[in-house]
Design a binder for this molecule. Structure first.
Ligand code: KG4
Ligand code: ZN
Length: 332
């Protein structure tokens, strides 16, 4: 089974080839144009996908040494994401599948983040808990099978990736700020500025309170010392990062207890965060959990994870028709 997978939900145009469940290529073209605007501009994202999609697919085929006529199915991200961006990948996948007369597989981007754990060893055993943390989502997912998962907790306002990116913007770092905060945090004191963690019931999250607290804190300090941010950047980053990680892990602990689970995975762009990876490992050791942390290349958006999800759907015979349309919001 030779599968082509396409990802175009946000600011990464990506294509991958998977043969019988084994990933052969995973090409990612990151749109750099957004950094000068301080965030992803939907219209620019659609145009950039339109430009990159054919070269990216060609490169994925070439790297895997596969001819397009040998493809057996095409998987694509149906949502959630930016509608205009999703439209490019969806239309491309539909047209190519039609011209090659092969089936189509629609994939939920958030489920694919979870299934990225099955691309390489060690693969988690079912059931397990997955903390999926990205620029648009923060979810606790209870995973009972590749196509059997449910959200048991999620953010009621901002995603944790947004909290990273908005903090970065406040201290003058370009988009996406998450990786830059991570880098600066390594040199800072995480206990210098204690920020409030807030209190959400159950397994849900909230990041709007800490975002406002950071804004007011910076405004107050800058009034007293206009150079405050420049002089304390690393400590601010370390303190914010520590608080965001603690908010996440507090709910992970609660969910693991409630589910009597001993297997935890993280997924999504923010799972690339070195502080989160380290703290989760430590927590795993303390609690005797098995901890699954994906390779960096499978944390942020990539078509390899779409291929993995597509492979499972293909095995289950879950194909879709040519009348399928993208979904900006895609609950499951
Ligand atoms: O999953 P992803 O690539 O795209 C979405 O589906 O949203 O996640 C992107 C998010 C951005 O908010 C970015 O700042 C964040 O992941 N991110 C990080 C790190 N690397 C990426 N956040 C904190 N630390 C990192 N090292
Ligand atoms: Zn994503």
């Amino acid at each position: 089974m030779i599968l082509l997978a396409i990802e175009s939900s946000c600011d990464e145009t990506s294509a991958a080839i998977m043969v019988d469940g084994e990933l052969k290529s995973n090409v990612i073209s990151t749109q750099l144009i957004h950094s000068e605007w301080g965030g992803v501009v939907p219209e620019l994202a659609s145009r950039a996908h339109q430009k990159s999609i054919i070269p990216v697919v060609q490169e994925a085929l070439q790297k895997a040494n596969i001819n397009k006529n040998d493809l057996n199915a095409i998987a694509f991200t149906r949502g959630p994401g930016l509608l205009g961006a999703l439209m490019v990948g969806t239309s491309f996948a539909k047209s190519l599948a039609l011209s090659l007369d092969i089936p189509l597989i629609e994939v939920n981007h958030m489920q694919a983040h979870v299934l990225a754990h099955f691309i390489e060893e060690p693969r988690p055993k079912f059931p397990f808990l997955c903390l999926t943390v990205s620029g648009g989502h923060t979810q606790l997912v209870w995973v009972e099978g590749p196509l059997n998962m449910q959200i048991i907790g999620e953010t009621q306002d901002d995603a944790v990736g947004e909290a990273f990116d908005k903090t970065a913007k406040l201290i003058g770092l370009p988009y996406p700020g998450g990786p830059l905060i991570d880098k600066l945090a390594k040199e800072g004191n995480p206990d210098k500025y204690p920020f409030p963690m807030g209190e959400m019931p159950g397994l849900d999250f909230s990041f709007s309170g800490i975002k406002t607290a950071i804004l007011y804190f910076l405004q107050k300090e800058v009034k007293l010392n206009p150079n405050f941010i420049e002089e304390n950047k690393a400590d601010i980053c370390a303190s914010v990062q520590k608080t965001l990680i603690e908010i996440l892990l507090r709910k992970v602990k609660k969910a693991m207890r409630e589910k009597k689970c001993s297997s935890i995975a993280i997924a999504g762009g923010v799972s690339a965060n070195s502080g989160l990876r380290k703290r989760l490992q430590e927590l795993g050791e303390e609690n005797h959990w098995e901890v699954f942390i994906p390779a960096f290349s499978y944390c942020t958006d990539n078509a390899g994870m779409i291929a993995m999800a597509g492979h499972f759907k293909c095995e289950a015979g879950e194909f879709c028709g040519q009348d399928v349309s993208p979904l900006a919001r895609y609950a499951w």
